[in-house]
Design a protein around this ligand. Structure first.
Ligand code: FMN
Length: 319
C-alpha cells in the first residue's frame, strides 16, 4: 500500500512536504503543478522541486499543459533536476484553466490527448503518469480517454471520481464507486490509483476492501486536516499525548519556516490562517480555534496563541 500526498497549490510546498515527512506514513509527495507561460517556467515552481531541498523524499513534479512543446520543456527541465516521472494534470477544474482546454478541460478531447502523448513519447524518456477526473462535463468522458491512455506508455492513472464541473464540491462520486472503480481498473492497461475525499482510516479501509487492485491512495485535504491520517491508515496509532506534541512540533516547524520565507507579518499571518482552516479541525471546538488564529495581529501573538491551543485545547474525536 502506497499513500501519497496530493498536489495542492498554496499548501503542499516543499516546507509542508518535508515537515509532513517527519510525521511519517506518506510514501510519495506530488508537487503542485508547473506550467509554461510565455515560453517560461516560473522560477518559484522550480525552486520548490530543487533536489537539494527535497532530499530524501520521493517527489513527483506535475505539469499543467496542452501543448507538446510545453510538456517537453517541463519534462526536460525536471529531467535535468534528476526526476524520472512527470505527472500530467487532467483534473484541474477551475474555469479559467478548463476553458483553455487545460486540466479537466482537456478530458472532452481524447484525440488531443492522443496526439500530445504520441509526440511527447517520440521526444522524451520521462515517464508520464496521469491525474484525472472522470470528465469535465460528463463522467462518461473517461472511457474514450482510457482507450487513448491504453495505447500509450503511462506509468499510472490516478482517478479522482468527480467531474470538473463539480469543482471540489459535493461528494467525490462514491455512490458510483463500487461499479466504476472495478470497471476503470479492468478497462485500464495501466495501474489505477484512487484520490478523493478520504478523511478517515475507516473510509480508506472500506475503499481498499472494495477495490483490492488499488494499491495507491492519494490524499489531499484529509492529510491537511489530520497529518496523522496516513499513519492511521497504515495501522500506526499514536496516543493522545504523542499526537499533541507531534502536532505542536509540526505546526511550529511549518510556521517558523514560512516566516523565514515570507516577507512581512501580514503575508505570514494570511498564509498560516489558510493552514489553520484545516488544522483547527484537530480540535473539539474548531470554530473557536480558527477564530483565535484569525484574530492574531502579530507574529508573536500567533506563536503564543497557537502554542496555547496545541498544548491545551481538547482534541476532536478525529484526533
Ligand atoms: C487548495 C487546493 C489546491 C490544489 N492544487 C492542485 C494541483 O496543483 N494539482 C492537482 O492535480 N490537483 C490539485 N488539487 C486537487 C487535489 O490534488 C485533489 O485531487 C483533490 O483535493 C481531491 O482530493 P482530496 O479530497 O483528498 O483533497 C488541489 C486541491 C486543493 C483543495
Amino acid at each position: 500500500m502506497r499513500i501519497s500526498l496530493a498536489p495542492m497549490q498554496g499548501f503542499s510546498d516543499q516546507i509542508y512536504r518535508s515537515t509532513l515527512s517527519h510525521i511519517g506514513g506518506v510514501d510519495v509527495f506530488y508537487a503542485p503543478y508547473i506550467k509554461v507561460e510565455g515560453g517560461e517556467i516560473k522560477p518559484k515552481s522550480l525552486a520548490d522541486i530543487a533536489p537539494e531541498i527535497n532530499n530524501g523524499l520521493t517527489v513527483v513534479p506535475q505539469v499543467l499543459a496542452n501543448k507538446t512543446d510545453d510538456m517537453l520543456q517541463v519534462a526536460h527541465t525536471v529531467g535535468k533536476l534528476g526526476y524520472t516521472e512527470l505527472n500530467w494534470n487532467l483534473g484541474c477544474p477551475f474555469p479559467m484553466v478548463a476553458k483553455r482546454q487545460l486540466g479537466a478541460g482537456l478530458l472532452p478531447y481524447p484525440e488531443k490527448i492522443d496526439s500530445l502523448l504520441s509526440d511527447f513519447e517520440a521526444q522524451s524518456d520521462i515517464a508520464i503518469s496521469v491525474k484525472m477526473r472522470l470528465g469535465y462535463l460528463s463522467p462518461d468522458e473517461i472511457w474514450p480517454v482510457l482507450d487513448v491512455l491504453n495505447r500509450h506508455n503511462i506509468k499510472e492513472i490516478i482517478v479522482h471520481p468527480r467531474i470538473g464541473k463539480q469543482m471540489y464540491n459535493g461528494e467525490a462520486d462514491k455512490s458510483i464507486m463500487p461499479e466504476i472503480m472495478p470497471e476503470i481498473i479492468s478497462e485500464s492497461a495501466h495501474p489505477v490509483a484512487y484520490n478523493g475525499d478520504i478523511l478517515t482510516a475507516e473510509q480508506a479501509r472500506e475503499l481498499l476492501d472494495a477495490n483490492p487492485a488499488v494499491t495507491h491512495l492519494m490524499i489531499g485535504r484529509g492529510l491537511l486536516r489530520n497529518p496523522f491520517l496516513a499513519n492511521e491508515i497504515k495501522g500506526e496509532t499514536l496516543n493522545i499525548s504523542q499526537k499533541r506534541s507531534r502536532f505542536s512540533n509540526f505546526t511550529v516547524e511549518i510556521a517558523g519556516r514560512q516566516l523565514n520565507r515570507l516577507q512581512g507579518a501580514g503575508h505570514f499571518l494570511q498564509k498560516m490562517t489558510t493552514y489553520w482552516e484545516y488544522w483547527s479541525q484537530m480540535f473539539a471546538d474548531q470554530h473557536k480555534v480558527l477564530k483565535m488564529v484569525k484574530k492574531c495581529h502579530s507574529v508573536d501573538e500567533y506563536f503564543s496563541v497557537t502554542e496555547m491551543v496545541t498544548n491545551n485545547y481538547p482534541l476532536s474525536s478525529m484526533a
